[in-house]
Design a protein around this ligand. Structure first.
Ligand code: SF4
Length: 96
């Protein structure tokens, strides 16, 4: 009835502080808004779950050594679960 896919959750670590203009640049590079900037001007990982591991952020030589992108080997995310819940919710509301 529905498609499903599984993926390993990404884990992103900033090994060194990325601040100021570099933080702004890093935030702009990521198409999925994984990074954000603290009031102090320091970049941080806001939405690691959004990451598709496209590696765009580490193509830039400036960030290549400062960012580590890995996948958590024992943590899977299943998209089918959400579809099942939505389907179940709709079905029960239609029947009741
Ligand atoms: S790998 Fe791609 S999606 Fe993930 S943080 Fe870097 S630019 Fe964003």
């Amino acid at each position: 009835m529905s498609t499903a896919f599984y993926r390993l959750l990404p884990n992103i670590e900033l090994k060194q502080d990325i601040i100021g203009e570099d933080a702004v640049e890093l935030k702009k590079i990521c198409p999925l808004n994984v990074y954000d900037i603290e009031e102090s001007g320091k970049a941080f990982v806001k939405n690691a779950r959004n990451c598709t591991t496209c590696r765009e952020c580490i193509r830039n030589p400036k960030f290549k050594e400062n960012i580590e992108i890995q996948k958590i080997k024992d943590h899977y995310e299943c998209k089918e679960t959400y579809l099942k819940i939505i389907f179940f919710f709709l079905l029960t509301n239609i029947i009741i």
